[in-house]
Write a new protein. Structure first.
Length: 177
């Protein structure tokens, strides 16, 4: 299972065995593992805000691309943007529920200890969310994708999958199969 950012945290939770989801291996790409109190406070404030509504899809798409770090990587018209948007009665908003920001800092130590599958953490070389040192302190294999940022899998899907396969011993991930 490859999960990006919060999706990587979800992948680790699924690997705990507490859910009826078989997970053979987890690659957490771009997970933020060190949080300041200011960052946590800002996330809580975002969680309390109501969704912003836009009069056009283009306005909503521009906002989606900006907050997801995809501005400049995808065009607003790219079909990959569509799942990030919701339309209701001719108005548009981001599909993301602002309440998701209330999740806070993941307990990476607990998530990693509870994983029943092998885990690898990965980051783009220019990803400001986490450093190699922060990831290395967690005691699992770490791979850095050269020349890429937080959305490494979007910036260069081919490089991302190649480096991750090599790091996982030639497989799609570090686990069996």
């Amino acid at each position: 299972m490859l999960g990006h950012s919060l999706g990587g945290v979800v992948g680790l939770a699924l690997a705990s065995g507490a859910f009826a989801v078989p997970v053979q291996a987890v690659i957490g790409l771009g997970i933020k593992v060190a949080w300041t109190q200011e960052e946590l406070d800002r996330a809580q404030a975002l969680a309390r805000r109501p969704p912003a509504w836009f009069t056009s899809r283009d306005e909503a798409a521009a906002r989606y691309l900006r907050i997801s770090g995809l501005a400049g990587l995808l065009a607003a018209t790219d079909p990959a943007v569509d799942p990030g948007l919701a339309e209701q009665h001719g108005r548009w908003r981001l599909a993301l529920d602002p309440g998701a920001f209330a999740v806070g800092a993941p307990d990476m130590t607990q998530l990693l200890a509870g994983s029943q599958a092998p885990v690898m953490l990965a980051r783009g070389e220019h990803d400001a969310m986490s450093t190699d040192e922060q990831l290395a302190r967690l005691g699992v294999p770490v791979v850095t994708l050269p020349g890429l940022g937080h959305n490494a899998h979007v910036e260069s899907p081919r490089l991302a999958i190649t480096v991750l396969r090599e790091a996982g011993g030639g497989r799609a991930g570090p686990g069996p199969g």
